[in-house]
Design a protein around this ligand. Structure first.
Ligand code: 0RA
Length: 654
């Protein structure tokens, strides 16, 4: 009975081969970061992706249609699929149960020797045995051939031989694991992080149903549950990412083709905005730094649209500007997904595809498919060509504006704006730049600052909403021009391929502090500035250079004591401690201008007494979406967002 695990000696100790196995897993426990990247929250979540990848492989092989993930109350994770189930027989050459083999031997998780199509082994691909090694307990249940099989492990070692527990009409694999707190510095799973990745997997594997349930109750006492199922695949992915923008045409362009054993799937659409969003995947892993597949796609897109543009614009004698690849990608949202057997990942974080052959394959296929599409859909082709043509015109205008701005700053000498009250130090690491709302607060800030290291740049009123403007307008905007000159790095759009025009090494201040009134207008200006920095000076956010000043909301005076409160709770606390003393006087600051220079210095500018809030981009995509939603053209999603979050944002004016 090959299908049964018969342990001849119940007390069987570990033989030579078992010891070897445990040595393998011991290596994983000794140097976990080498196998899963890190032992912080990232590595913790990585364990789930590793297990889910195995289920997705079953789906790719055509045997599995759903994957259900549960976070248990103990912060264990259970992944259930309805695939074929891990084989439960004794492995023909290894002499131990196949489940035990898969769980204890590094890299044994593949569909050994049966020519299976294991592709998810991209960046993860270390095998489910690593998850086992790094779990204080892991339990496997397999439903296969009408029987239920169970085996448990602790820190990688089997607790007991696998056992059959009875009959079943189910099919599939259940893996539940509890990450080892001796290994990981964090133990709590984040529902949103897991949910976002599972959503992505559902987009990338159309037809697959993926669910996630959180059995830990949240503050509202509710269990959370998400279900993802996208028959439209990555075309639905494009729509999802683009849902806040106005599309140029309704249905995303969507191609699927397999050439030379390389499955390729592409979906894209243009919107009326100006930013480019490209998302590329290799074996379901997000290649954030692009690589040969992206290069192939871009070059095919440029060639195909250029050909069409020559044909369309030629007739109207509109062929006076040269169209660049950049023009072809203005307002483009694209998803590229390829699957290959031996991906080579390059770059610092191994997020860039290196396989040279992939470029040509992707380029040829995309060019053919896109050329045919543009032939067969003349109305859409026309819209794309017009959009690209306009982008080229604007790029030319921006180039001229930049040239002008450069000339102007040279003429004015020194290249620093007249409005800037610079500090005396020239050592960027100790210098701070305050961007201050309004001329009057700017005046107080100038008087209250320590001029040795604090520079002040007053901003007049509201700055341009960059979400609604193109580069030429942005460069022509005076507030943006003076800020850019003062900061010293120039402007760069977020483009990982050429690093944008942003020169971080030219940065003149290592702290840039936005100081606005604590009112509706102030928060609007703050949002506009953040939008600007996010779009054109993102490295400042990534490197923790950008801060928000926190001016006090109240001054409370009792006799000779003066205290400041930065929020309502602090105010109540101060009032309680000062009691009902006579002569208690409280002032609510509506703006920075109500403070004199000394007060502004003590409360908001003096490094010893001020509070600064560092601006971070926890989730670039989400921040980007909120920016777009709050600041972009589409009114409906914005209204909805404000309604849903009204209790949170209070006095946000948009
Ligand atoms: C080895 C061989 C086969 C399937 C699997 C492993 C397998 C592993 C996992 C992990 C989670 N879910 C899984 N589902 C399947 C092939 C089985 C066959 O040939 O029938």
């Amino acid at each position: 009975m090959a299908d049964n695990i018969v342990v001849e000696d119940g007390q069987k100790g570990y033989g030579a081969s078992d010891i070897k196995v445990l040595e393998g897993l011991e290596a994983v426990r000794k140097r976990p970061a080498m196998y899963i990247g890190s032992t912080d929250g990232r590595g913790l979540h990585h364990l789930v992706y590793e297990v889910v990848d195995n289920s997705v492989d079953e789906a790719l092989a055509g045997y599995c249609s759903r994957v259900d993930v549960v976070i248990t109350k103990e912060n264990a994770v259970r992944v259930t699929d309805n695939g074929r189930g891990i084989p439960t027989d004794i492995h023909p050459t290894q002499g131990i149960g196949t489940v035990e083999l898969v769980m204890t031997v590094l890299h044994a998780g593949g569909k050994f020797g049966e020519g299976g199509y294991k592709v998810s082994a991209g960046l993860h691909g270390v095998g489910v045995s690593c998850v086992n090694a790094l779990s204080s307990r892991l339990e496997v249940t397999v439903y296969r051939d009408g029987k239920e099989f169970f085996q448990a492990f602790e820190r990688g070692a089997p607790v007991a031989p696998g056992v059959f527990k009875g009959e079943t009409d189910k099919r599939g694999t259940v893996i539940q694991f509890l990450p080892d707190t001796e290994i990981f510095t964090e133990s709590e799973y984040n529902f949103d992080t897991l949910s976002a990745r599972l959503r992505e997997l559902a987009f990338l594997n159309k037809g697959l149903t993926v669910t996630i349930r959180d059995e830990r109750v949240d503050e509202l006492g509710e269990e959370r549950f998400h279900e993802f199922h996208f028959p439209g695949g990555i075309a639905a992915f494009v729509e999802y990412m683009d849902h806040n923008k106005k599309p140029l045409f309704e249905k995303p362009v969507h191609f699927e083709r397999e050439t030379q054993g390389l499955p390729l799937e592409i979906a894209f659409r243009y919107n009326e905005g100006y930013t480019e969003s490209m998302f590329s995947f290799v074996n379901n892993v997000n290649t954030v730094d692009g690589g040969t597949h992206v290069v192939g796609f871009k070059s095919a897109l440029t060639r195909a649209i250029n050909n069409k543009a020559k044909e369309v614009l030629g007739k109207n004698k509109k062929n006076d500007v040269e169209l660049s690849g950049e023009d072809m990608r203005e307002g483009l949202v694209a998803v590229i997904s390829v699957k290959l057997h031996e991906p080579q990942f390059e770059g610092q974080t191994k997020h860039k595809l290196g396989n040279g052959e992939v470029k040509g394959i992707v380029e040829t296929a995309t060019f053919e498919l896109l050329t045919t599409f543009l032939e067969e859909n003349p109305a859409t082709a026309r819209k794309i060509v017009d959009k690209v043509y306009n982008a080229a015109i604007a790029r030319e205008a921006a180039r001229k504006a930049r040239q002008m701005a450069r000339r102007k700053s040279v003429l004015e000498g020194g290249g620093l704006p007249g409005k800037l009250a610079d500090c005396s130090s020239r050592i960027p690491a100790e210098c701070e730049l305050y961007l201050v709302e309004g001329d009057s607060a700017g005046g107080s800030a100038k008087q209250g600052r320590d001029r040795a290291f604090q520079a002040i740049l007053p901003l007049k009123g509201k700055i341009l909403n960059v979400e609604k403007a193109r580069m030429d307008k942005i460069l022509a905007n005076e507030e943006i021009a003076t800020m850019t000159q003062a900061i010293g790095c120039g402007l760069g759009e977020n483009d990982p391929e050429n690093g944008g025009g942003f020169k971080f090494d030219k940065l003149r201040y290592h702290k840039i502090i936005i100081m606005t009134d604590a009112d509706v207008d102030g928060s609007h200006i703050q949002t506009l500035l953040l939008t600007f920095f996010c779009r054109y000076m993102k490295p400042l956010i990534d490197n923790g250079i950008l801060y928000l000043a926190q001016p006090p909301l109240y001054k409370i005076k009792s006799g000779k004591t003066e205290r400041y409160a930065f929020d309502e709770a602090e105010k109540d606390e101060i009032l309680a401690t000062l009691g009902d003393r006579k002569g208690l006087y409280m002032q609510r600051y509506k703006g920075l201008g109500e403070m004199n220079p000394e007060q502004l210095a003590v409360t908001t500018m003096n490094p010893g007494t001020r509070i600064l809030k560092r601006v971070s981009m926890e989730d670039v995509v989400e921040a980007d979406q909120i920016f777009t939603m709050l600041m972009g053209e589409e009114v409906e999603p914005r209204r909805k967002f404000i309604e849903e979050n009204a209790h949170l944002v209070g006095d946000l004016d948009v």
